[in-house]
Design a protein around this ligand. Structure first.
Ligand SMILES: NC(=O)c1ccc[n+]([C@@H]2O[C@H](COP(=O)([O-])OP(=O)(O)OC[C@H]3O[C@@H](n4cnc5c(N)ncnc54)[C@H](O)[C@@H]3O)[C@@H](O)[C@H]2O)c1
Length: 481
């Protein structure tokens, strides 16, 4: 089929490349000239495992091309995807200007029946607004009778595993419009997604508002599990329980399952924070309060401060003269996405308090520089305390603590003897509960996680809180591991 995908970001680019790989002829459209030029030259503007190879292969096969010219890409499409950003506004609502802008341009250029598929995450009722915007543009062209269908097809891919998620979906949610065009739209999407439904039917057909709400409900549910575990972790800290044991204990119940039960520094990324807020906003517009979702968001905001609170307990509020090593900045592994990454909260807070921060991330360094400059309100050269280094071990020299903020694979099994040998103090703040507290204890390393810690970590915190901070363990004095 001839497919146009508008928006060449994390969702649009993956959608375009994957549909091309299924044999469709795909045009990817973006208004960002630099992004399109890079794609045309064989580059890929985001880090997503396997994406560069997939894009290149399909470009070479002539099934995938990129352009900024939406007006030309509209008429040739049988199916046109809208996959542009819907960023949060001040009041928490989703900003629909890009989606509606594309809808108007579609209406200005549409010729004959076309299925417009909204893949961006949008509040209930947006499908109606997209339909109205297209209809209005057609009326202005005196083409008010031209048939078209607006379908909701929310995307559930995870950054870092986006290609696999797209190519092997648990389900494909499709919300059809009311009216006579629904069956034509169903036929088009049945054909488009046929390869995914060969083994068994994965498409869940429904009405458009239900599909729009399904996306938000899914993200709110996942965010709820995370905030729930983070709250349990706070209690675990107080009562001396280990949240990881609790996680395994409850996850084994098949009604609960193991996914999304990890306590940590709070969720970030481009979806959960903005989508939970937008859902609360949608409810408020209907005169409803979603108390559970509101609490999920509140707990998450507080959780992003958890590691900072531990640091302040250990080192006091003034961090001048303290140096911290940071491993990982991206909001999760396998992506360079820094949107709402918890690391941003931690690193900016430490810098504002006068600390030196030496950080390493395998891929998100450039994005981190851009985002931190935004958070700190100016260019980074005004913050000489921040350094980004290419080798994780170079972050450790003279550090008073190591902060693990993203659980990249390369941080899973460090050579602890080498790590500690470089540091001024053998303290690890483990924001992702990646490390085994007992193993670090055996090596003389104080470990403080989220709802888990070893006796050395606990002793450090107890002593600091009682006003008798313990002396640092000098380099080389932690036991070899
Ligand atoms: N990132 C994810 O993991 C994910 C997962 C599921 C759903 N979503 C949703 O998908 C949508 C897109 O998210 P994303 O992460 O891909 O965003 P993104 O910011 O990575 O990409 C959006 C792209 O759209 C382009 N764009 C904006 N307005 C345009 C216009 N008028 N014409 C052409 N191009 C335009 C931008 O230049 C940008 O390249 C959002 O609604 C998001 O909530 C994202």
């Amino acid at each position: 089929m001839n497919v146009t995908v508008v928006g060449a970001g994390y969702v649009g680019l993956v959608t375009a490349a994957c549909l091309a790989d299924l044999g469709h002829r795909v045009v990817g459209v973006d208004r960002d000239h630099g992004r399109v030029a890079l794609l045309q030259a064989g580059g890929v503007p985001i880090y997503e495992p396997g994406l560069d190879e997939l894009v290149r292969r399909n470009q070479q096969a002539g099934r995938l091309r990129f352009t900024t010219a939406l007006a030309q890409a509209v008429p040739e499409a049988e199916v046109l995807f809208i996959a542009v950003g819907t960023p949060p506004q001040e009041d928490g609502s989703a900003d629909l200007q890009h989606v509606l802008d594309v809808a108007r341009q579609v209406g200005r250029n549409l010729r004959g029946f076309q299925v417009v598929v909204n893949k961006s995450t949008v509040p209930v009722g947006t499908g109606d607004r997209v339909q109205a915007a297209i209809a209005e543009a057609l009326r202005r062209r005196s083409l008010g009778q031209t048939p078209f269908a607006v379908v909701s097809n929310p995307e559930f891919l995870k950054e870092g595993a986006a290609i696999d998620d797209f190519m092997r979906p648990d389900r494909i949610v499709v919300g059809l419009p009311d009216g006579p065009e629904a069956e034509r739209a169903r036929a088009a999407l049945t054909q488009l997604y046929a390869p995914f439904n060969r083994h068994h039917e994965r498409t869940v057909w429904m009405d458009r508002p239900s599909a729009e709400l399904t996306k938000y409900a899914a993200n709110a549910m996942l965010a709820t599990r995370i905030s729930f575990m983070n709250e349990m972790a706070l209690l675990a800290d107080q009562v001396g329980a280990d949240i990881d044991a609790v996680r395994r204990g409850i996850g084994a119940d098949h009604r609960i399952g193991h996914s999304f039960l990890y306590a940590g520094m709070g969720y970030g990324g481009s979806c959960f924070p903005k989508d939970t807020r937008a859902l609360v906003h949608t409810a408020a517009e209907q005169g409803l309060r979603l108390r559970v979702v509101e609490a999920v968001e509140r707990v998450n905001r507080a959780q992003k401060q958890r590691l900072v609170q531990h640091l302040l307990a250990l080192f006091g509020p003034d961090l001048h003269g303290r140096r911290f090593a940071v491993w990982g900045l991206a909001f999760k592994p396998q992506t360079n996405d820094m949107r709402e990454a918890p690391s941003r909260t931690v690193v900016s807070e430490l810098l504002r308090r006068g600390a030196e921060v030496v950080a390493h991330d395998p891929v998100a360094g450039d994005e981190a520089r851009r985002c931190l400059a935004q958070d700190l309100g100016g260019p980074l050269h005004a913050w000489p305390g921040l350094r980004l280094v290419d080798d994780p071990h170079n972050a450790l020299d003279g550090a008073h603590a190591l902060l693990l903020l993203t659980e990249w694979k390369c941080f899973h099994n460090p050579d602890w003897a080498r790590v500690v040998a470089h540091m001024a103090d053998a303290v690890v703040l483990d924001g992702r509960n990646l490390y085994d507290p007992a193993q670090l204890q055996a090596g003389g390393v104080a470990h403080i996680g989220i709802g888990r810690r070893n006796a050395l970590g606990q002793a450090r915190l107890d002593a600091a809180r009682s006003g008798r901070p313990q002396a640092a363990v000098p380099p080389g004095q932690a036991l070899p591991l």
